[in-house]
Ligand binder design. Structure first.
Ligand code: ADP
Ligand code: F6P
Length: 320
């Protein structure tokens, strides 16, 4: 049974990471396990930037966006020397297990450290929902809600000016945010990397709708597709409708987490501590069929995740 564990957040931040840190801390303390907050991802482990967390130190953070233990990317940790330094720091501090909250890259690091004898448990924390082994990632719901709220505002101004707004949402190379948000805002089209698209067809549909009196259009583009400015320019030129591109950007990563993100983060945090308590490492906690489960890290990294083709189709069926 682990007597001392650490918790860190790594890669891009996501709303709900604080709720996960809180859950890990409180669940561990309840079992008599000492907890270190490792600051700025793997950097904190290499440099010994850690703070002991007690119950009060995670008070009042469940509703806050960002991560109170900071996050970063750490190139040195990708080298064997970096991992060795991190292992030495764990030994010095008596850290036997670590909960790593982040994405695939962070889990690769967690696998390396597990191989050195430090039990690591990955928790999926990213707004992109692009982690193969889980239906859901902490931060996804909040980011979708933020993007939806922003696009509703864009719709107001597009409507007032008879415009077409092309809006780019985050997701790195994944279209999960794009397709769900497009559905929620009633977009006229969604463009993602997962499905082929034909801009001329979208333009033809816009022109047809214009004939019937429609005066405003929202086209949601996934970040991985890029070219939002060019898409807006082409639509403008070919339809005669004034078009604008808006890239929502990092606003989607901030803000108070939704109920779903707080609850999932809390459940996953508690689950991770149970694994560490049993001396289990090299696992990722995920969600399958709406249930929390765990899977070997290497297996998790080799899994394939289906795209939400049903939601994509629903956007197109209801677009006009
Ligand atoms: P995410 O975890 O969101 O996928 P990154 O891919 O940027 O984000 O990874 C976050 C951090 O995880 C990196 O800065 C690095 O410290 C560590 N990491 C990423 N890939 C590896 C790897 N192949 N081996 C070891 N550590 C890695
Ligand atoms: O993974 C989360 C994410 O916000 C992606 O959607 C985006 O591609 C990337 O991180 C942006 O990273 P950075 O914060 O380094 O600009």
């Amino acid at each position: 049974m682990a007597k001392t564990i650490g918790v860190l957040t790594s890669g891009g931040d996501a709303p709900g990471m604080n709720a996960a840190v809180r859950a890990v801390t409180r669940a561990a303390l309840a079992k008599g396990i000492k907890v270190y907050g490792i600051l700025r991802g793997y950097n904190g482990l290499i440099n010994g930037e850690v703070i002991e967390l007690d119950s009060a130190s995670v008070s009042g953070i469940i509703q806050r966006g960002g991560t109170c233990i900071y996050t970063a990317r750490c190139l040195e940790f990708k080298t064997p020397e970096g991992v060795a330094k991190a292992k030495a720091k764990c030994d010095e501090l008596g850290i036997e297990g670590i909960v790593v909250i982040g994405g695939d890259g962070s889990f690769r690091g967690a696998a390396d450290l597990s191989a050195m004898g430090i039990n690591c448990i990955g928790l999926p924390g990213t707004i992109d929902n692009d982690i193969q082994c889980t239906e859901y990632t902490i931060g996804f719901d909040t980011a979708m809600n933020t993007a939806t709220e922003m696009i509703d505002k864009l719709r107001d101004t597009a409507q007032s000016h008879d415009r077409c707004t092309v809006v780019e949402v985050m997701g790195r190379n994944a279209g999960y945010i794009a397709v769900n948000v497009a559905c929620a805002v009633g977009a006229e089209a969604v463009i993602t990397l997962e499905e082929p698209y034909d801009l001329d067809m979208i333009i033809a549909e816009i022109l047809e709708a214009k004939k019937h009196g429609k005066n405003h259009y929202i086209i949601v583009v996934a970040e991985g597709v890029g070219h939002s400015e060019e898409i807006a320019k082409t639509i403008g030129e070919k339809t005669g409708i004034e078009s604008r591109a808006t890239i929502l950007g990092h606003v989607q990563r901030g803000g108070s987490p939704t109920v779903r993100d707080r609850v999932v983060a809390t459940q996953m945090g508690c689950y991770a501590v149970e694994l560490l308590e049993k001396g289990i490492g090299n696992r990722v906690v995920g969600m399958k069929n709406h249930q929390i489960y765990d899977v070997d890290i290497q297996e998790a990294l080799s899994m394939k995740k289906p795209f939400q083709t049903d939601v994509y189709n629903a956007v197109n069926i209801t677009a006009f």
